[in-house]
Design a protein around this ligand. Structure first.
Ligand SMILES: Nc1ncnc2c1ncn2[C@@H]1O[C@H](COP(=O)(O)OP(=O)(O)OP(=O)(O)O)[C@@H](O)[C@H]1O
Length: 294
């Protein structure tokens, strides 16, 4: 399999913050959400991927090419939206668009104008005169139409109002439908993560918790209410990650159910967990999670 991005055993220390070791492989045609607590290293990881920060150890390959050294051919395959852009303040949207469009041969002018009209972006105002949300929208309108096969977005909707977030999800879904494209984005917005991602790459205080297929997570995390007549055993049962009275939460539903059936224990109710609850469980201190879900 030719991966779009291959991150191998990357480590980085910035002052007293340690990131890694991190291993991540991104397949073509997929969307990966980088999820984690504040300061967990999401932006730093994206900068490492873009070769804007050098790793202390490990390496990054994009489209089969190491991102260090003289061969920068990988750059033309990537459109990166950083959280803050430097150097745009004095220019208006029209000038920025003319400059950026000239650099990208596959620039999609129609998509740019659709985004300008959907988000009602004033193209005649200087970048530093726009609100934070509007700056974010213009930044996206100057990034997505580059039509590079890999789109990297750092918290794309953090300042956006609710309808705009929904519009952006539609735009990205449509963008993905048009070819063999991939997205890596960092986000705290559960709606974006739920609707867009195929994979969740979870970070906690610089540590990699895991790279999870979203559908597998939703399938494996279940909550059970066990009949009062059959008390739960004192020991931890397969898959169990927490319990209160007769309620049990498992991250390996198949193993838990096999055990309960073997022991003749019946549940009166079984529910799937929300992705938000699952992420909260994954971000709990590492020693309390049973991390076998892949
Ligand atoms: N240039 C820098 N100088 C000093 N510390 C830095 C620098 N860049 C990042 N850090 C530190 O690295 C850690 C990770 O920061 P990063 O911005 O990658 O986290 P994040 O997960 O994106 O956070 P958030 O969700 O709050 O945006 C933080 O502790 C931050 O203070």
């Amino acid at each position: 399999m030719e991966y779009i991005a291959e991150i191998t055993h990357i480590k980085k220390q910035i002052d007293d913050f340690h990131l890694g070791p991190i291993d991540l492989r991104v397949e073509p045609g997929t969307i990966t959400a980088i999820v984690g607590n504040n300061g967990s290293g999401k932006s730093t990881l994206l900068k490492l991927i873009m070769n804007l920060v050098n790793p202390d150890l490990g390496n990054v390959k994009l489209f089969g090419t190491l991102v260090y050294g003289e061969d920068e051919s990988w750059k033309k395959h990537i459109a990166y939206q950083p959280q803050t852009v430097i150097g745009w303040d004095a220019f208006n949207g029209k000038t920025l668009k003319d400059f950026i469009a000239s650099l990208y041969p596959d620039w999609d002018e129609d998509l740019f104008h659709n985004m300008v009209s959907t988000f009602q972006i004033p193209l005649n105002k200087k970048f530093n005169k726009l609100s934070q949300g509007m700056q974010q929208k213009l930044n996206l309108a100057l990034t997505i139409p580059r039509n590079a096969p890999l789109l990297i977005l750092d918290e794309p909707t953090s300042f956006m109002d609710i309808p705009s977030k929904k519009h952006l999800i539609d735009i990205l879904v449509h963008w993905m439908d048009q070819g063999d494209r991939s997205i890596i984005f960092s986000s705290h917005q559960m709606e974006d993560i739920k609707k867009l991602s195929d994979y969740l790459f979870v970070l906690h205080n610089g540590n990699m918790i895991g790279n999870y297929e979203k559908d597998a997570l939703l399938e494996k995390y279940k909550s059970y209410w066990i009949q009062n007549t059959t008390p739960l055993p004192n020991h931890t049962i397969p898959g169990e990650i927490s319990r209160t009275d007769q309620q049990l939460i498992s991250n390996q539903a198949d193993r838990t159910e096999a055990f309960l059936m073997d022991e003749g224990m019946q549940w009166t109710k079984r529910t799937s967990l929300d992705l938000e609850d699952i992420v909260s469980l994954l971000l709990k201190p590492i020693e309390t999670t049973n991390d076998e879900v892949t």
